[in-house]
Design a protein around this ligand. Structure first.
Ligand code: CA
Length: 229
């Protein structure tokens, strides 16, 4: 049985980087399509309907951030996960934050293998899957409908916010979540409220999860990530 190849769009003007990524993606059974500037990338995103986009920050004329903003504000392309390639570590919080809304990022220089692993992780646990009733990670089991959390069979008493925070992090497992994005998605606030609110709740959530609290990793400088495994 042949699984359907998922299409990945690479938007990057450097031919050698594009080739490297396309080769590695092909090895992992993806179909790679390429665009060498932002405008062509946006058109390709609409026409080719890729499952995911790898987008370079440094592009001629239209920057990667601008392309990201256009894709994330368009109904046709908003749902497509975006991994940004960037050489600028200091841009990271803006890239994955509310401002641009990329789903993940990789800093240059990168290993193509690592990029493909990120692609696979995002597609496996993407937000675009139909709604699930249960979530699990090791011996943590979440019943989304009954709002019930168990760790190794033992019920854990969480507040509504802690429950939503845990299920959001777990649904985006392996992907860094910026504080302002968590505020928006979990609390429903615009980024005006203090992002330390997130830290306080994560701390309490970790305490309640006991040893499993370690699964929620702090990504210094901007957010949290539920550990891949
Ligand atoms: Ca470039």
């Amino acid at each position: 049985m042949h699984p359907i190849r998922q299409r990945v769009l690479i938007i990057e003007d450097e031919q050698d980087v594009t080739d490297l990524l396309a080769r590695q993606l092909a090895k992992a059974e993806f179909e790679a399509v390429t665009a060498f500037n932002g405008e062509a990338g946006i058109t390709a995103a609409r026409e080719e309907k890729p499952a995911l986009i790898i987008l370079d920050l440094m592009l001629p004329k239209m920057s990667g951030l601008e392309v990201c903003r256009v894709l994330k504000s368009n109904d046709e392309t908003r749902h497509i996960p975006i991994i940004m390639l960037t050489a600028k570590a200091e841009e990271v919080d803006r890239i994955v934050g509310l401002e641009f809304g990329a789903d993940d990022y990789v800093t240059k220089p990168f290993s193509p293998r690592e990029v493909v692993l990120r692609v696979q992780a995002i597609l496996r646990r993407g937000d675009n899957r139909p709604a699930e009733k249960h979530l699990s990670a090791g011996d943590i089991l979440i019943d989304l409908q009954r709002h019930d959390v168990r760790v190794a069979g033992r019920a854990v008493d969480l507040t509504a916010i802690e429950f939503k925070l845990l299920s959001t992090l777990l649904q985006r497992r392996g992907r860094v979540q910026a504080r302002d994005r968590l505020l928006n998605d979990v609390w429903g606030y615009e980024a005006a409220i203090d992002t330390r609110t997130v830290d306080t709740h994560v701390r309490r959530l970790r305490e309640k999860l006991g040893k499993r609290g370690d699964l929620i990793e702090t990504v210094r400088g901007f957010g949290y990530r539920f550990r891949e495994r």
